[in-house]
Design a protein around this ligand. Structure first.
Ligand code: GTP
Length: 926
């Protein structure tokens, strides 16, 4: 913990100090709750950038699978302070119409839904409605009801002072929304300074809400201010029934007393004038907040960077000074390439949140060297930093002391009073100290990798890629533990230069032990970091610090060089070598000083490299997918051609039914013809012969018409109409399957309006049912007439010229029963007629054949019509599918072309970075 300077300003932070978004955190600030692409989404993401899965010690390794490039995965939402918080009840939320939206538009950053006495259903309804109207423009928190907050996807919960532990609420919400990379916000209401202190335990609430009257709130604020125990922002509730003036006074009073936000009712916010909101909640009155505001509004990397540099200059923050011309030149070459890289990464993977790291690193090119110390808790990181700075700035202890990340940078004013430490709501402390070494080097102290809190793990991990040099502090009593190995693997993915510090050297009893430990660490580090060049310094930070403190002047800044040097504690601490090594980094004339420049210039390139590699994997996967998609779409379209075959097979049974119907009718007609044309029916035959075609239809004809043809024709017509309906509905169903399939599989590619399918009526045009029409020309009465004519033909052709009128029909019929006998009888009756009559069976056969042919003709006409219907339906379907698929095919093709373009851009920028890297490597050799 920050020990010396906190008291100078005191915590919690005063309003002006509560500016949250210093550049460091801003660069990592993400839009609220946007679902962002995580590299896990890239499919092979576990392998992205060399495999994320190996990284992360302690807590990280127990959380699977990795969610981003960072094993810690989760990100803390940022809260802007001073925050204006709206508190609404369920009824009010449901009845408020657009009032809540208006309040958010006026500056409300957090909306708290009070559950009150309402039932769960009502609260859920209200939460849903608030979520819909607030969207991502403000955080929605639900009081008490973790279940409701989870169900509606709220940003978090507000717990009562006697409610469930914050960690339980947070993990309940995380379980129910396992896809989110944002940690849920957990606030707790408090009523006294005591509860404030107990509510701010390490993994406790994100902020506190004092829920008492305004005066009491100020008392509570006073009770907690100036103490180190309350490390999180405190918001104060402003009760209702106040006039505009008193609202205005009270918000100011509360903010001045240290509150980081004000909680108000809807009515209260409505009374609050715009200028008060502007004055109290949008104030940007410090160099850093100006910087923040300007930086946020900058649209390009250069613009943002210029803002950074200009504003920092104004704020007189130390910079990366004494750059020679060549370095300046390289920086000016590097920045546009990095800008290009950022643009192409954003283009290739718009949701890849890690690009912010690159933006940040690029903007810090001209900043002091960033040295990040990592290691397990109790390894002596804080002691090492204190020893380096020559003063006990950081708290040390055998129990974990550094729960938060500390960024130490140089304070422009050369006096202790200017030293200060500000806490950001994302958990990190920004400390401004007057130690000279910080002029050109920023130091970061991180929590122990093995006891790191979930909320800080991601932040610590984000420092790794941004670091110019990583100082890995190992403790002599447990060198290279599992968690250290895990963290080193993560560090290796960013290809960072690591310097090992084997601390607590004094614990070794002899040089053998030290040598053994050194050899062990070096050997493993070589393997883990895939390098021959392992730098390791065995030191005793505690002895070094003690010695330095002993010889430092009261102001803690100067040491009696020689006296210190001769002190055995100092000498035995071997700290000098390490210090010398690090300080040589600050001296541009030394090899290390040159390396510092190289490392600094390479930091953003390293990040860009990794992000570009991930992007390339992502784009390649997308490209392959787009190619697959296009092939699948084309396969589907050509598969539609098989529809004709399929439908033909399916319509087989229909065809068989219709054919057998016609065949049955034909059979019956033929039997009727045969039975009619028997000489035993001589009376009937004579009727035909004699009537000469002028008589009215006989019983046979009407039987043929009414009993055989008409019913068969009706049945056939019904069957064909059913068939036809089946065919069109099958067609429509098939078409729908295609439409649904395209929509389901590739809906995301094509906008709704481009997707409107062609008119499905085309597929069911009733008028064009050929098979139904096939029967149109076939009338039962006409066919019966032909039938009758045929009989008459046969009869007349046989008997017409024989003059058989006198023949006794009755005689013949009574005596003769068979055809053979008929012939014999006729031969007897009329010797001259034998020849004619002998032709009777042939004529009869011809007549029967005619019926058969007529039936077959009808049958094949129907078959033909069915075939035509099938092929027309199939063609229509193919055409339909082609039309429906067109926008999807076009979109796929466009995507393929676009992705090819992006692949080209990624390669180009990567090549430029490689060339630059070579130039940087050669910087000092040339
Ligand atoms: N014997 C010995 N003890 C040391 C040395 N350096 C630090 N310590 C002790 O180790 C303990 C932990 O030191 P810190 O500096 O707080 O360790 P840290 O890594 O910063 O711990 P966290 O902040 O909790 O992560 C303290 O009791 C220190 O006094 C050393 O060189 N020798």
């Amino acid at each position: 913990m920050f020990a010396a300077s906190t008291s100078s300003t005191g915590l919690p932070l005063p309003r002006a100090g509560g500016l949250l978004l210093l550049p460091t955190s801003r660069s990592l600030l993400l839009p609220r709750h946007r679902h962002r692409l995580r590299l896990r989404d890239v499919g092979a993401a576990a392998a992205a950038g060399g495999g994320v899965s190996g990284g992360g010690g302690g807590a990280a390794s127990s959380r699977e699978p990795p969610r981003t490039l960072f094993p810690g995965g989760f990100k803390r939402p940022e809260i802007r302070v001073p925050a204006l918080v709206l508190r609404v009840g369920a009824d009010e939320a449901l009845a408020s119409g657009d009032a809540v939206v208006a309040a958010v538009a006026r500056g409300v950053g957090i909306v708290v839904l009070e559950a009150g006495e309402e039932g769960g259903g009502r609260v859920y309804e209200a939460a849903l409605s608030l979520k819909a109207s607030v969207g991502d423009r403000a955080y929605l928190l639900v009081a008490e009801r973790v279940d409701v907050a989870s169900a509606v996807g709220a940003s978090g919960v507000v717990l009562a002072d006697d409610g469930i532990p914050a960690i339980v609420a947070r993990s309940m919400m995380m379980k129910s929304n396992s896809d989110s990379i944002y940690l849920p916000l957990v606030a707790r209401t408090i009523r006294s300074a005591d509860t404030a202190r107990s509510a701010t335990s390490s993994e406790g609430a994100d902020f506190l809400i004092i829920d008492t009257g305004s005066d009491d709130a100020i008392n509570v604020m006073n009770g907690v201010s100036g103490t180190q125990h309350v490390k999180i922002p405190i918001f104060s509730t402003l009760s209702d029934s106040q006039s505009e003036g008193s609202y205005s006074d009270n918000t100011s009073r509360l903010l001045q007393s240290g509150a980081s936000g004000i909680v108000m009712s809807l009515a209260g916010i409505q009374v609050l004038a715009d200028d008060i909101i502007e004055r109290d909640f949008s104030k940007v009155d410090t160099a850093e907040s100006v910087l923040q505001a300007n930086y946020s509004s900058a649209s390009t990397l250069e613009e943002a960077d210029n803002v950074m540099v200009l504003t920092r200059e104004k704020a007189k923050v130390a910079g990366f000074t004494k750059l020679d011309e060549k370095v300046m030149q390289l920086i000016s070459i590097e920045k546009p390439i990095l800008s290009e890289a950022v643009a192409v990464i954003r283009k290739a993977a718009p949701m890849m949140e890690e690009v912010e790291l690159l933006v940040d690193a690029a903007s810090r090119l001209s900043e002091p060297f960033l040295l990040v110390t990592v290691g397990e808790f109790n390894s002596g990181k804080s002691t090492f930093i204190n020893a380096l700075l020559g003063r006990k700035y950081l708290q040390e202890g055998v129990v974990p002391t550094t729960n938060e990340i500390m960024l130490l940078s140089y304070s422009d004013v050369d006096s202790e009073s200017a030293e200060r430490c500000e806490r950001h709501p994302d958990g990190q402390y920004m400390c401004y100290l007057s130690a000279p070494v910080l002029k050109e080097m920023n130091l970061v102290d991180t929590p122990g990798t093995n006891v790191i809190l979930q909320r800080q793990q991601r932040l610590t991990e984000e420092y790794v890629p941004r670091a110019d040099l990583i100082l890995f502090v190992l403790s002599s009593d447990r060198p290279l533990t599992d968690s250290e190995v895990g963290f080193l693997q993560y560090v290796q993915q960013w290809k960072k230069k690591v310097v090992f510090v084997l601390n607590k050297l004094d614990l070794y009893r002899n040089s053998n032990e030290l040598e053994e430990a050194t050899a062990f660490i070096k050997e493993n580090a070589r393997k883990l970091l895939n390098t021959e060049d392992v730098t390791l310094f065995p030191v005793s930070s505690r002895s070094a610090l003690e010695a330095k403190l002993l010889y430092s002047k009261n102001d803690g800044r100067e040491h009696h060089g020689e006296a210190l040097f001769n002190d055995p504690r100092w000498r035995n601490s071997k700290f000098y070598d390490l210090e010398h090594y690090l300080l040589s980094f600050l001296d541009g004339s030394t090899e290390n000083g040159k390396e510092r420049v190289r490392l600094k210039l390479e930091t953003p390139i390293g990040i860009a490299d990794r992000l570009l590699t991930s992007c390339q994997r992502l784009v390649k996967l997308e490209y392959e997918k787009a190619i697959d998609d296009l092939t699948s779409i084309k396969d589907l379209v050509s598969g539609a051609n098989n529809y004709a075959v399929k439908i033909e097979a399916d319509s087989d049974s229909w065809q068989r039914q219709i054919s057998s119907l016609i065949a049955r009718a034909k059979g019956r007609a033929i039997s009727l013809m045969e039975s009619t044309l028997q000489l035993s029916n001589i009376d009937l035959i004579f009727t035909y012969t004699l009537s000469g075609g002028k008589s009215t239809p006989t019983k046979v004809t009407s039987f043929f018409q009414n009993d055989i043809l008409s019913p068969s024709l009706d049945d056939a017509a019904n069957l064909l109409s059913e068939y036809s309906t089946w065919l069109s509905s099958t067609n429509v169903r098939e078409a729908n399957i295609y439409v649904d399939c395209f929509h389901e599989r590739w809906g995301a590619l094509v906008a709704q309006e481009q997707r409107i399918p062609p008119e499905k009526n085309e597929l069911v045009n009733e008028e064009e049912k050929l098979c139904v029409k096939a029967l149109d020309g076939f009338s039962a009465s006409a066919a019966a007439k032909v039938f009758e004519e045929e009989i008459r033909e046969v009869a007349w052709g046989t008997f017409g010229g024989l003059g058989v009128a006198g023949l006794s029909a009755s005689l013949l019929t009574s005596v003769l029963t068979s055809t053979l006998e008929d012939l014999l009888a006729l031969a007897l009756c009329s010797a001259g007629g034998f020849f004619a009559i002998s032709n009777f069976p042939t004529r009869r056969k011809l007549a029967v054949e005619k019926i058969g042919k007529a039936a077959e003709k009808l049958s094949s006409k129907v078959d033909e019509a069915i075939q035509q219907d099938i092929s027309r339906s199939a063609n229509q379907l193919v055409h339909f599918v082609e039309t429906v698929s067109k926008p999807y095919q076009d979109a796929c093709q466009q995507k393929i072309d676009w992705l090819q373009g992006v692949q080209g851009e990624l390669s180009t920028v990567e090549r430029k970075l490689q060339t630059l890297k070579v130039e940087i490597q050669n910087l000092h050799e040339s």
